[in-house]
Design a binder for this molecule. Structure first.
Ligand code: C2E
Ligand code: CA
Ligand code: CA
Length: 525
């Protein structure tokens, strides 16, 4: 843009002032002023435009920043919260515990909550119903706590609470009790009343703790303790629990080694037919010869093996080793067709998807017929998913394998569906046998079990027979078979083989009582 030229003129003075000059001077000034006015006007418009642009840019930038900030907040929320329940997650809980450590004079407690048998809810009602229940429980927990406390979901059916502040240990216990009580009311899902119980571990944050993860670990140990003591309860962490867990972990490691290093062996308890007084089978019972602790009975390590999943390799080993023994014996001694080996099978083995394949493989590898095996299953296996179980048991029966219900009378199995189960024998639990001869009542119970087994078309085997009196009683009630210390304890394999020789190659005097002593003496002679 060209501006009008404004040449220099000397200032107007009286001397220089003449009318024409004045006019011209005036004219020039006017033009100069006009040019300046135009210039200013143009600049004002430019300024206005610049101002408008600035406002627009600022607004846009603010908008973008707002979006970014919202995203930042959301991202932060996601990284600190559980997506399903919107509760705090582990990361936030750990940060809050760490912050509480800095507030030196406040006492805190951490509660770890695990829902009992939640898997059953998921399995029977489906995962979306399971999720809904988790959300309801999350809301329950929130409503029971103060705004200063933190409720977190650690994953699955595990929740954790940070109570801050607490005055005393009793406050944490009171909170745990309230949670247990609140969950006693049924929850609604899929139009059904669902009952959920929690197992709660409590730890008080003493000055000994300086790592949040240690508090969570100890709350977890206490929770585990509560679960093992029967579920639906709380437990306060103690140092003894910690020691116990360490011992258990050591035992788990030892058991793992025991399976690999052949420290396990099998003993065989004879089973006698009460109609013919003949030996009709052995029950295989596993033993652990620990290098330091000596013989450990199965009631001490089978539950541990079940809990840790070690029961799968352990059970497979028992099955295989037992079948191998059978083959060895049968090569040397002609064993009658009705001689069978009973093997205890835990529910965890039945739930193992490869169980059927495993047993089929063992039968094939060892060359023994399924008809030589009888699997003993405790009553409790029929509680969980009976339909699936019936299908599996039917497949086992098709292989000729017989089945017994072990410890019969101690579980809660519904007698009404006994006839639907593809089983062959009931094993009457030894608690009923040991009280035989001590009053009419026990006699009546055993009598009822025997009637029931007959009506369901099943055989009956009495366990834990220790006295002649009990034996006579069982015979008079028509019980089919028996085992117990009266005959023999579980025999090591050499004695078991000796017994087979006596029973099937030579003539053994009846009744078969106190076999253990007589066998031991034959072996040492
Ligand atoms: P169970 O199947 O009920 O086995 C019977 C238990 O009673 C055995 O104890 C046996 O030694 C004992 N017993 C036998 N006769 C008498 C008697 O007259 N009086 C008394 N007081 N007891 C008697 P054990 O060998 O300690 O086995 C305990 C449990 O461990 C078994 O109970 C069974 O549930 C489990 N178990 C043993 N071996 C195995 C195995 O290989 N696999 C699995 N899954 N469980 C096993
Ligand atoms: Ca058994
Ligand atoms: Ca039993």
């Amino acid at each position: 843009m060209e501006y009008p030229s404004c040449e220099f003129r000397p200032p107007l003075t009286e001397k220089t002032l003449a009318p024409m000059d004045v006019y011209l001077e005036l004219q020039a000034s006017r033009e100069t002023i006009k040019a300046l006015e135009e210039k200013l006007g143009y600049q004002a418009a430019e300024i206005e435009e610049a101002k408008r642009k600035l406002v627009q840019e600022t607004t846009e930038r603010l908008k973008v920043e707002h979006v970014l900030e919202t995203e930042r907040v959301q991202l932060k929320h996601h990284s600190y919260h559980d997506a399903l329940t919107q509760l705090a997650n582990r990361k936030l809980l750990i940060e809050r515990i760490a912050q509480s450590f800095q507030r030196k004079n406040t006492q805190i407690a951490v509660l770890l909550i695990d829902l009992d048998r939640f898997r059953v809810v998921n399995d029977s009602l489906g995962y979306s119903a399971g999720d809904r229940i988790l959300v309801i429980i999350a809301q329950h927990l929130k409503s029971l706590l103060r705004s200063t406390d933190t409720v977190a979901r650690l994953g699955g059916d595990e929740f954790a609470l940070l109570l801050e502040p607490i005055q005393q240990q009793g406050d944490a216990i009171h909170c745990a009790k309230r949670i247990i009580q609140a969950l006693q009311l049924p929850l609604q899902a899929e139009g059904q009343d669902i009952f959920i119980t929690p197992s709660i571990g409590i730890v008080i944050g003493t000055s000994e703790y300086d790592q949040p993860a240690d508090l969570l670990r100890d709350a977890d140990i206490a929770m585990y303790y509560a679960k093992n003591s029967g579920k639906a309860r709380y437990a306060m962490f103690s140092q003894e629990m910690y020691t116990q867990i360490l011992t258990q972990q050591q035992m788990e490691q030892d058991l793992r080694q025991a399976i690999e290093q052949q420290q396990l062996h099998i003993c065989f308890q004879p089973i006698i037919c009460l109609h013919t007084n003949k030996l009709i089978g052995f029950e295989a019972l596993v033993r652990w010869n620990h290098p330091v602790q000596g013989i450990i009975p199965p009631c001490h390590f089978i539950p541990l093996a079940e809990e840790t999943g070690l029961i799968i390799p352990l059970g497979e080993w028992v099955l295989k080793a037992t079948c191998e023994y059978f083959v060895q014996w049968h090569t040397d001694i002609e064993l009658p067709d009705d001689f069978k080996i009973s093997i205890n099978i835990s529910i965890k083995q039945l739930q193992y998807p490869q169980f059927l394949k495993q047993i089929t493989r063992i039968l094939k590898q060892t060359g023994i017929s399924g008809e030589r095996l009888r699997l003993e299953l405790t009553e409790s296996v029929f509680m969980d998913n009976p339909e699936f179980l019936i299908l599996l048991l039917t497949k086992l029966r098709k292989k000729g394998i017989e089945l017994s219900i072990d410890d019969f009378g101690t579980g809660y199995s519904s007698l009404s569906y006994l006839h639907r189960l593809p089983v062959n024998y009931l094993k009457i639990d030894q608690s009923f046998i040991s009280s035989l001869g001590q009053g009419e009542e026990n006699l009546a119970i055993v009598g009822t079990i025997l009637t029931l087994s007959r009506q369901s078309g099943l055989g009956a085997i009495a366990e834990g027979v220790e006295t002649l009196e009990q034996l006579e009683c069982l015979k008079s009630l028509g019980c089919d078979a028996a085992q117990g210390y009266l005959f023999a304890k579980a025999l090591p394999q050499q004695l078991a083989k000796k017994l087979l020789q006596l029973a099937f190659s030579e003539d053994v005097p009846t009744p078969w009582v106190h076999l253990h002593e007589s066998l031991s003496s034959t072996l040492s002679n």
